[in-house]
Design a protein around this ligand. Structure first.
Ligand code: ADP
Ligand code: ZN
Length: 729
């Protein structure tokens, strides 16, 4: 139960300011409860905070400053406060940073009332300028959305004056609307699709969990197209029918559109949406309605785990193995693990859905922490594609070509039958390396220890680490010789060129994340392709994620060995998952599919496991190896990255850490490094890594905190701790 603190009693307020503890304040007139969102004076400013309980210090109450304002929004629930504290402790994140994730919401302190919004108009500007054209482009892209003037101006990269100046001509629509309206009710009683027997069984099990209440996690495993979504929508229906709230996490914004349509078909209305592609006004509305308990279903990205649900009953993590669930910036957390944590704080059920679950989830099923439900066949007549390797050592290819004659012949056959083929290469851009044939120098980024990647469609070189771009040089930046710059190795754009050369009549579509300005334009293209608007699709891992192409019957993987290089402990797991996901794109409808994997390592255990399709054997083998090595999920790991503009300083700090590992030794942990990170410099900062390995049950967080706390971090340095790292770059 939340405590009530009468006026003038001392309370602790946690703020989003980088302080290491909550501050004490005096409760305002009228009092305040735990969890209340408040504004408090801090120095000369006012900052946002949340009442976190009784005061911690023993300051005389007269000396405390009073809470300036209590915001008119529902208080943060005990479950949410518990979640933030436990998430902070798990990820070794300061509470202030954790709270910021929960308060990332525009205009929280503002009253509801009416506000002026701007959107797409029907007229044309009286005079066209570059700035106006930019505004029109944004509005065209996001037709139907309403923005604040500043928000729209920021998106277009112009001043708010430009936006307002376009109202009179009707090119921009100006409208005053009430904020924060209710979401339309969802009707869980509407019937779903009649389920196949294995689907019905899984749905019954999930419904029974919902009915019983309390926390539990289920791994819902089934090949692409087996109806996992249909099944978990039944759990959502049960959750809604019980008056509780549900959250569906998707790994990719581009997938939300299709999902929203399915929700609408199932429950008669659209749910709330929460991701970076949603307008500020819509985000604010979603936040408030979730806090009030009015919005019952949210579809969102990982940050929606920090929404203020009143009574969260169910969290779905779709494509739970997806690496994009790991937040790699700022607060480092795994949305899958945080979903489970949040659910356990709220007494909610979790469903992790995947065709290729992570080894972590696999191990949690094995140890009895998660329950597992299987959907064994594809729905209806569709069958899993036939998989085969193409041994590239037997294929002869001219230099600068990557499509084997065998694969080309299969593609030709698809063209003749008016079926689609997918050429898959998980590498963006035209070529990974650009070098000078005169001096041999490769073009590298100035700020990073990385090569510049040619993006021919955009006619620029780009650094995939920092995003820096540069025009394609005519002359070598090193030796100055002109006309000798050459592309080395393939990227998707180059594959598209090869495909066009081989099949001049074919309509070729390229799907790569950098080629689409927005989720909306990507979705439009995907729909066009699904409807038959292309003969050959050339794509990166973007195509592996859930899109449905009914006419696609052939998948050709250009370089199945690509992900197996490097020292990442999950290389085998990732390759296995990706290859299965990509292969799963073939043969969704009546026509059976084939997936061909070009490889130079036909005997490699991972390649053989993929071809054999014996998942259980693969996972058992992978698990045995990890267990023997004591690495996740059978051991704990933490990655430490130190960065500094000066390499020496970064190394000194790394060495200082390596010298005093007593706290870690006490829990049986080992420290490796310091070593230069594989990407030794990003944005001008030199990077040094240490890796900590500990036994499964070791209290790693406490030991890490003590260890890192024992050294002084220079002001210029940054030190980040990544618990359960996914990336080792
Ligand atoms: P998954 O999430 O496992 O990839 P989906 O739930 O998206 O599978 O199902 C794949 C396709 O099959 C979808 O178009 C879906 O509507 C259809 N489908 C699955 N189960 C049924 C069912 N019981 N009745 C009708 N269509 C179904
Ligand atoms: Zn760079």
């Amino acid at each position: 139960m939340d405590r009530f603190h009468p006026a003038d009693t001392p309370v602790a307020v946690l703020t989003t300011q980088p302080l290491d503890r909550a501050l004490d304040y005096r409760a305002p007139a009228g009092g305040v409860t735990d969890g209340a969102f408040v504004e408090v004076p801090l120095g000369p400013r006012r900052v946002m905070g949340v009442v976190w309980g009784p005061a911690q210090g023993d300051w005389p109450v007269e000396k405390l400053r009073a809470i300036a304002r209590v915001l008119d929004v529902p208080a943060m629930t005990p479950g949410m406060r518990d979640f933030l504290e436990r998430a902070a402790a798990y990820t070794l994140t300061p509470m202030a940073a954790m709270l910021r994730l929960a308060l990332r919401i525009p205009g929280l302190g503002e009253a509801p009332g009416k506000r002026t919004f701007y959107g797409q108009g029907t007229g044309q500007p009286d005079r066209m300028t570059d700035a106006r054209a930019k505004v029109l482009a944004v509005l065209d892209e996001r037709a139907g959305d309403l923005f604040g003037a500043t928000e729209l101006a920021d998106l277009a990269g112009v001043s708010a004056g430009v936006v307002k100046g376009m109202v009179a001509s009707g090119a921009v629509l100006q409208t005053t609307q009430a904020r924060d309206g209710d979401f339309p009710p969802l009707d869980p009683a509407r019937p779903g699709k009649p389920l196949a027997p294995d689907q019905a069984e899984a749905a019954d099990a999930l419904r029974a969990d919902m009915a019983q209440g309390g926390y539990g996690t289920t791994l819902l495993k089934g090949v692409t197209g087996s109806g996992k979504t249909e099944v978990y929508l039944e759990a959502v229906a049960e959750c809604l029918a019980r008056g509780r709230q549900a959250l569906v996490l998707l790994p990719e914004i581009a997938l939300t559109a299709e999902f929203l349509t399915r929700v609408e078909a199932r429950f008669g209305a659209r749910p709330a949406e929460w991701h970076s592609g949603v307008t500020q006004a819509e985000r604010r509305r979603a936040w408030k309605k979730v806090a009030e308990g009015q919005a019952r279903l949210v579809v969102g990205a990982r940050s929606s785990l920090f929404l203020p649900f009143r009574d969260l009953g169910l969290v779905i993590v779709d494509e739970e193995h997806d690496t994009s669930y790991k937040q790699e910036d700022g607060v480092l957390y795994s949305a899958r693990d945080m979903a489970v944590l949040r659910a356990s704080c709220e007494g909610a059920q979790v469903v992790l859905a995947s065709a290729t679950p992570s080894l972590e989830s696999w191990a949690n099923v094995e140890s009895g922490k998660y329950r597992r439900l299987d959907l064994t066949s594809r729905f209806g007549t569709a069958v899993m594609p036939e998989l085969a390797a193409i041994d590239m050592r037997d294929e002869t290819l001219p230099a600068g070509r990557w499509i084997s004659p065998k694969l080309a012949a299969e593609m030709q056959a698809r063209l003749e039958r008016s079926e689609q083929s997918l050429v898959f290469l998980n590498r963006r851009g035209y070529a990974p390396v650009t070098l000078c044939r005169a001096c041999g120098q490769q073009v590298a980024c100035h700020q990073c220890d990385a090569r510049m990647v040619e993006h021919r469609f955009q006619k620029r070189l780009m650094c995939h680490q920092c995003g820096e771009t540069a025009p394609m040089p005519e002359a070598c930046p090193s030796c100055g010789v002109a006309g000798k710059m050459a592309a080395v190795g393939p990227g998707v754009e180059r594959m598209a060129e090869e495909v066009a050369g081989l099949f001049p009549e074919a309509r070729v579509a390229v799907l790569s994340s950098d080629l689409f300005g927005s989720a909306r334009s990507l979705k439009a293209r995907v729909e066009e392709i699904a409807a038959g608007g292309a003969d050959i699709v050339v794509g990166t891992q973007l195509v592996a994620k859930g899109h449905n192409f009914p006419k696609l019957t052939l998948v050709g993987v250009i370089d199945a060995d690509l992900g197996l290089q490097g020292s990442d402990l999950r290389a085998a797991e990732r390759t296995f998952q990706l290859m299965r996901q990509v292969s799963g794109r073939a043969g969704r409808a009546e026509a059976p599919g084939v997936a061909l994997l070009q490889t130079y390592q036909t005997e490699h255990p991972v390649i053989r496991a993929i071809i054999a399709g014996d998942e259980e054997a693969f996972w058992a083998e992978e698990a045995a190896q990890r267990r023997a090595a004591g690495v996740p999920p059978y051991g704990r790991m933490a990655g430490i990255v130190i960065s500094d503009p000066d390499a020496r300083t970064a190394f000194d700090l790394g060495n200082a850490l390596a010298r005093r590992t007593d706290a870690l030794e006490l829990i049986g942990a080992e420290v490796f490094g310091p070593a230069p990170a594989p990407i030794a410099r990003i944005r001008g900062r030199h990077r040094v890594r240490l890796l900590v390995k500990a036994p499964r049950q070791a209290p790693i967080q406490a030991a890490l905190a003590q260890w890192v706390g024992s050294v002084e971090v220079p002001r210029s340095s940054r030190l980040s701790i990544d618990i359960d790292p996914q990336s080792f770059l």
